[in-house]
Design a protein around this ligand. Structure first.
Ligand code: GYE
Length: 304
């Protein structure tokens, strides 16, 4: 490098590293916490000049953002891919330009020699943990479940579904319906309204693939005159503050954590790659899970 962007401070600590970060958008509480973690880790104090882009969950806009980073000649690109498919061409362009790409959060379906490393979570295991809890608690008698899926084509949604479905297999859980709520509160609410119109009080359990969709669904459930956490049990993924609050308040029943604080780890991988050190192809961050009592116990100490 050697050409830090405007306002960068080359000093005793060495050259400023210019990093283009292509974020998905700002769809959820998880995403806000992840963006904050990344901005903190890739700060000027830590020797970085961060070029931040959020693509509003539009895959074409995100590909264009990565192409822009290549044209700008950044030192490295960090990508939180909205969807898994469609990355082969632009990742090849980055490789040809000699710009290393590090994935954070979600993965891509492109060959893994097109990126250096992936820092993320075991989404399949998250889904499996959620499904196992549902099967253990409600799967011994006939139980009707609806699903709010995350962004279609995202590895987070696809892998959570795989894990969840395998865990409820052989139980008496029946999936009445499963539709995308795009990981947002607004769509979680709208899709849940549709489920309630169609199935009414037949619904026993809701699995929302993130907290925000579950939080949106709370409004729909209450408006239908039902009590969330009782008439309809709710299991979600993420464990952000609002989700954990709903769990501690008895409106959710179980949350599988998905840790968004990946910034420091990603920044370390970027530094190592640029220093020519060998890095692992993937770094998986551990997740926990919480029931209502556990949520009450940890609520005040949650960092996000
Ligand atoms: O669960 C959801 C966010 O990819 C792990 O994306 C991430 C997911 C997270 O919008 O809240």
């Amino acid at each position: 490098s050697g050409s830090g962007g405007a306002g960068s401070t080359d000093g005793a600590s060495g050259d400023v590293i210019t990093v283009g970060f292509a974020q998905t958008g700002s769809e959820s509480g998880w995403r806000s916490a992840n963006t904050e973690s990344m901005k903190e880790a890739f700060s000027a104090e830590n020797g970085f000049d961060l070029v931040f882009n959020a693509a509003d969950n539009k895959p074409e806009a995100q590909i264009a953002a990565v192409r822009n980073f290549i044209n700008q000649g950044v030192d490295a690109i960090v990508l939180a891919p909205i969807v898994s498919d469609g990355w082969d061409d632009v990742l090849k362009e980055a490789k040809d330009a000699g710009i290393p790409v590090i994935l954070e959060d979600r993965t891509v379906s492109a060959p893994d020699d097109l990126y250096e490393s992936w820092v993320g979570l075991d989404f399949e295991k998250e889904g499996e943990t959620a499904g196992k809890w549902v099967a253990d608690n409600y799967g011994k008698q006939p139980t009707n479940l609806v699903v709010l899926e995350g962004t279609t084509g995202s590895s987070a949604a696809t892998d959570r579904a795989t894990g969840f479905n395998s865990a409820i297999e052989g139980s008496q859980i029946k999936v009445l319906d499963s539709q995308t709520g795009n990981f947002t509160r607004a769509d979680g609410k709208t899709v849940m309204e549709g489920f309630l119109q169609k199935y009414g009080s037949e619904i026993n359990v809701l699995f929302a693939q993130n907290d925000d969709m579950g939080l949106g669904a709370l409004d729909a459930i209450k408006a239908a005159g039902l009590t969330p956490g009782q008439d309809i049990k709710i299991v979600t993924i993420d464990a952000v503050k609002d989700g954990m609050t709903a769990l501690a308040d008895g409106e959710f029943n179980y949350i599988v954590e998905c840790n968004p604080l990946l910034g420091d780890q990603v920044a370390q991988v970027v530094k190592d790659v640029l220093a020519g050190k060998t890095v692992d192809k993937q770094y998986i961050v551990e997740d926990q899970a919480f029931d209502q009592e556990q949520a009450k116990a940890v609520l005040d100490s949650r960092p996000y």
